[in-house]
Design a protein around this ligand. Sequence first.
Ligand code: PGA
Length: 260
Amino acid sequence: MEVVIVKDAAAGGALIADSVAALLRRRPDALLGVATGSTPLPVYRALTALVRAGALDVSRARIAQLDEYVGLPQGHPESYRSVVLREVVEPLGLDEAAFLGPDGSAEDVQAACEAYDRALAGAGGVDLQLLGIGTDGHIGFNEPCSSLASRTRIKTLTRQTREDNARFFDSPDEVPHHVITQGIGTILEARHLVLLATGEGKADAVAQAVEGPVAALVPASALQLHPHATVVVDEAAASRLKLADYFRATFAAKPEWQGI
Ligand code: PGA
């Protein structure tokens, strides 16, 4: 696992956008797994800026969703499908047809989950999966004690996650209890995992995920099992890392061509 400590969220966004750009230059039809929440927004802004400046062609890129609420009406502005369309697909000028996601309004949720895993595999697998981390250590919506081998399935949100996400809804009661999330096993199949964490509120979860044992209690610790995982953190989110100085020195000495 590589840990990169950046000055702030904007620097993290720019670093990851450059890595996505390098991938798309190598593989123009790469399948990009995107995350929702506040953290990845600087990545999408930086990518959009590259596209608008004419420095990057994303016209053949494909986008895959990480997780979704269950039971929100289709087209609800806070469904993750709507969020990804608004924050990623539209700003990049992509067509909705380039976008894969699970059906959170399906009658048969389990069948929708299985269909999504098949769709991801059928699309050749995710090339780069962007991840956030919950204050409880979740990735996607894999809450603590999710199986490290889990596939896309329905999960119940913890009270903490519902409280964390209440800011996106008119009232806390509106946050759905149930979600569909790519499983940890599904996420681990992506070729490159890039987790971005910013702010003091994530410092404990980051320290446990990076320096703690691999444990279902801290789902993000599963990144330790992946051969190409990059954790990008700002100074605040890095503040509880024991090896911060080592991580800084390693990145500073890294040849630029190597990327992340
Ligand atoms: P956030 O969410 O970026 O809004 O903090 C992260 C997550 O829950 O994965």
